[in-house]
Design a protein around this ligand. Structure first.
Ligand SMILES: [Fe+2]
Length: 364
């Protein structure tokens, strides 16, 4: 009975949200939301502009706002599961439409698994970039495990091919960890944590030395790191060896010791595990951001103002996607594992609470 009910919900949601149908409906939804969005956006923009003007008059520093978008897994192949692959580019289109309507956004950061890399050649990459073509602010990308593990190998993009195509957005040929300052005084260190052909991650000694050099080189910048893999477990005291191996950086303790000792490093942005979680150790904020392709189908914006960072949580605007994502996550074979024995808790774990999503963090 329960199965039948679940099946019906799946069928209804999936049939109502086929890719083609969503594109058509998406326009209508997007437009409706867009109209609302303009009202909200204009209101927010007005207040933001006034605030910035007042700050400028008072000699204050302009706030900096950027988005952390991760695990978009844009793809034309694969079925809807925990990750809504069949909706991946529709979700991504909505996310980019949302940031395009933020009048005060300065730049975008992509945390990896931007494409699923399971389509022949550059098909999914080209779709990703087509959606990005309307973006008017700078954006920077790091690798996820998907971009370095093409499936099938030799047909989808290799790590090198991906880097070549994403060149100029942080990544460069032969240099996969990068350092950019999109706004004076703020520096982003994009850390390549990937291991070619594998899902887990590490930062080798040579790259760790590069991080140390950056710390010495930029003592006065506010520094934020961007990496795909987790630098800290998000599952509390539970001992889950499988997760530790798959999601957590192999040498996270060694890396964290280096980052922790540099007071100008304020926060570490992470993805890969598809959960929203903020943890603070010695004043350093470890910020795991949710996936757009999986429930809660969300991304963050972060606004830095003096010694504070305001985190805001933005979900895809199509309620049908969120309902389908919730349903698929609850049905997941990993649900109990994720939630520590109570499958229903998986939604809360992936979604995060107020302290993970809408919160002001003090910068050390
Ligand atoms: Fe990943």
């Amino acid at each position: 009975m329960e199965d039948e009910k679940v099946q019906n919900v799946t069928t209804r949601l999936e049939s109502g949200l086929s890719r083609r149908a969503f594109v058509k409906r998406g326009l209508a939804i997007g437009q409706a939301v867009f109209i609302g969005g303009v009202l909200v956006g204009n209101f927010a923009g007005c207040t933001t502009a006034q605030k910035k003007e007042e700050e400028a008059k008072a000699g204050g520093k302009k706030s900096i706002k950027f988005a952390h978008i991760t695990d978009t897994h844009v793809t034309f192949s694969g079925k809807n599961g925990t990750a809504l692959k069949e909706e991946s580019f529709n979700i991504f289109r909505d996310v980019i439409d949302q940031v395009n309507n933020m009048p005060d956004i300065d730049f975008l950061l992509f945390g990896g698994d931007n494409i699923n890399n399971t389509d022949p050649g550059a098909k999914d990459f080209n779709e990703f970039m087509d959606i990005m073509s309307g973006v008017k602010v700078p954006y920077f990308a790091q690798f996820g495990n998907r971009e370095v593990s093409p499936l099938p190998p030799g047909i989808a993009l290799s790590k090198k091919q991906y880097a070549e195509k994403m060149k100029g957005h942080g990544l460069d040929m032969g240099r996969y960890s990068w350092s950019v300052s999109p706004v004076p005084g703020l520096r982003i260190l994009g850390l390549d944590t990937t291991i070619e052909g594998h899902d887990n991650g590490e930062i080798p000694a040579e790259e760790l030395n590069w991080i140390k050099d950056q710390i010495i080189k930029y003592p006065n910048d506010v520094i934020i790191t961007l990496s795909h893999h987790l630098l800290l477990p998000t599952w509390g005291n539970r001992d889950i060896p499988k997760w530790k191996k798959k999601y957590l950086l192999k040498n996270y303790l060694e890396v964290n010791a280096v980052l922790d000792a540099a007071p100008q490093i304020k926060a570490c942005l992470m993805g890969h595990h598809h959960v929203s979680k903020v943890q603070t150790v010695n004043g350093l904020h470890y910020i795991a951001s949710p996936a757009t392709v999986q429930y809660p189908h969300a991304f963050r914006t972060i606004t830095i103002n003096d010694n504070e960072a305001r985190l805001e949580f933005h979900q895809v605007r199509a309620q049908g996607i969120i309902e389908l994502g919730q349903h698929k996550l609850l049905m997941s074979k990993n649900a109990e594992e994720y939630a520590g024995g109570s499958a229903g808790d998986i939604l809360a774990y992936c979604h995060g609470g107020k302290g993970d999503n809408d919160v002001v963090l003090r910068l050390r």
